[in-house]
Design a binder for this molecule. Structure first.
Ligand SMILES: *Cc1c(COP(=O)(O)O)cnc(C)c1O
Length: 453
């Protein structure tokens, strides 16, 4: 039985898939934070190049990938699809488990799939510097890699908890030529304000976004880039699912269940959206989003308008959110510590086209260790949640007395996250209780937000 299914360089997808073209209804529009009116292209122009703003609102179903972008993607794409036959054997299941492996990119995650086009479109429009935030450092390192490819200066605001816990990502950012500071930082008004009241603040993605947006909005040579959440970012990731479809077609296989972990929603979108096109067209599949119990945006959040950041600088986005002031516990999945979920992913959940589950981190790592001992690859902390959800699907299939084909996205390797495995083996990794009262308190930030029509 084959274990690995590869495509050739000329099979790197030529288009991105824009799910907006197929949705039965559109998500509500983002709103201007000052006026409460739907956002226009001019509102976003200080932050993003026009080409990306165009993609953000596009209704075109397939958007061509420019050749210079495809050339760089081909450094590691197409990524392999693996049959997890050794894991299947260890589980004693007849279910077929496949995973798409995004850890083969230079940065070790799916993030370069969007960092490369974002850097390229900026460079095409004369931008010379990009400011951004990063959690665990995957996005900061991916953008730094992209900056090196296209000659752009990169400034990264990294969440303090991760900056301290993951020094090697910092080194990667610097190796590719980017500059990185711990957030909250003394470099911005937003950062200074927080440091004044809470000098030991562990930071959050919301705070780091505030800093990066402020940086970009106050400098002429600088724009902002986001590693997740926005429509164009999710769309750039659809090369993952398109390749997986091609690889599975060659095997005459099709998944009954597609699984991805969700922080902002981009790697999930990448694997799931091309399959959701089939589901919207009538195909009977389930699509499962897996999130951490310590930051349960989709399973316990409120659906409504909220700011993307803590300092309330961003537009209001319609999303499942815990409230923009929610600071998640410093779990090891830095990339899943975001208070909201992408508007498109939130909307798909409301439409019943996807399901969401949440797991505490220890049982996720237990399954990740089993995965590493069978399949070899050490998963990043984030996709351990997807692996936990896959195990739940295998158990469910057994209970139902059926055999299923399951596909998940192994969105990154854990080679720079070994402190998390250290904590797991030392028994110091904690599961975070998140009482309803704490969520209610955080949700107060949502009072007075515009209602969704
Ligand atoms: C950033 C990151 C995530 C979380 O972001 P999404 O937009 O939800 O994909 C998950 N896994 C890895 C490996 C990441 O780098």
């Amino acid at each position: 039985m084959a274990h690995k299914y590869s495509l050739t360089d000329d099979q790197v997808p030529r288009h991105w898939y824009n799910i907006a073209a197929d949705l039965p209804s559109m998500p509500p529009p983002p709103l201007h934070p000052g006026t409460g009116q739907p956002l226009g292209p001019d509102d976003l122009a200080p932050l993003f190049p026009m080409a990306l703003i165009g993609q953000e609102v596009s209704a075109e179903r397939m958007i061509p990938i420019p050749d210079p972008v495809r050339d760089v993607l081909a450094m590691w794409r197409p990524t392999p699809l693996y049959r997890a036959d050794k894991l299947e054997a260890a589980l004693g299941t007849d279910c077929r488990i496949f995973y798409k492996y995004e850890g083969v990119s230079p940065a070790g995650s799916h993030k370069p799939n969007t960092a490369i086009p974002q850097a390229w479109y900026n460079q095409q429009e004369g931008v010379t510097r990009i400011a951004t935030e990063t959690g665990a450092g995957q996005w900061g390192s991916a953008l730094s890699f992209a900056g090196a490819q296209f000659g752009l200066e990169i400034k990264v605001y990294q969440v303090r908890a991760s900056y301290d816990a993951k020094p090697y990502r910092r080194a990667m950012i610097e190796t590719w030529g980017g500059e990185v500071v711990a957030s909250p930082s003394p470099d911005t008004n937003a950062g200074r304000a927080i440091l004044e009241t809470d000098p030991g603040c562990p930071g959050s993605l919301g705070i780091a976004i505030s800093e990066a947006v402020e940086d970009a909005a106050t400098r002429d040579d600088t724009k902002y880039a986001l590693g997740s959440v926005l429509n164009h970012v999710l769309m750039h990731q659809t090369v993952i699912g398109q390749e997986a479809q091609e690889q599975l077609r060659a095997l005459d296989a099709y998944p009954d269940v597609v699984v991805g972990c969700v922080g902002g929603g981009s790697n999930f979108a990448g694997i799931a959206f091309p399959f959701l096109a089939d589901k919207i067209a009538g195909r009977d599949i389930r699509v499962v989003a897996a999130e951490p119990a310590a930051c349960p945006t989709l399973t316990r959040g409120h659906y409504g308008y909220d700011f993307g950041d803590t300092a309330q600088l961003t537009p209001l986005l319609p999303m499942h959110t815990l409230g923009h002031g929610f600071i998640p516990a410093p779990i090891h999945s830095g990339g899943l510590r975001y208070h909201g979920a992408a508007p498109l992913v939130s909307h798909l959940l409301n439409l019943g086209l996807i399901e969401a589950v949440a797991y505490p981190q220890r049982e996720c790592f237990a399954e990740a260790v089993r995965f590493a001992r069978t399949e070899g690859i050490i998963p990043a902390p984030e996709p351990t949640h997807a692996i936990r959800a896959v195990i739940a699907e295998v158990e469910r299939a057994k209970e139902e007395g059926v055999v299923k084909t399951i596909l998940f996205n192994l969105c990154g390797h854990g080679n720079f996250d070994l402190t998390a495995y250290d904590a797991y083996f030392a028994g110091t990794m904690e599961d975070i209780e998140l009482p309803e009262a704490e969520l209610d308190e955080a949700a107060k930030a949502l009072e007075g937000m515009p209602a969704i029509a």
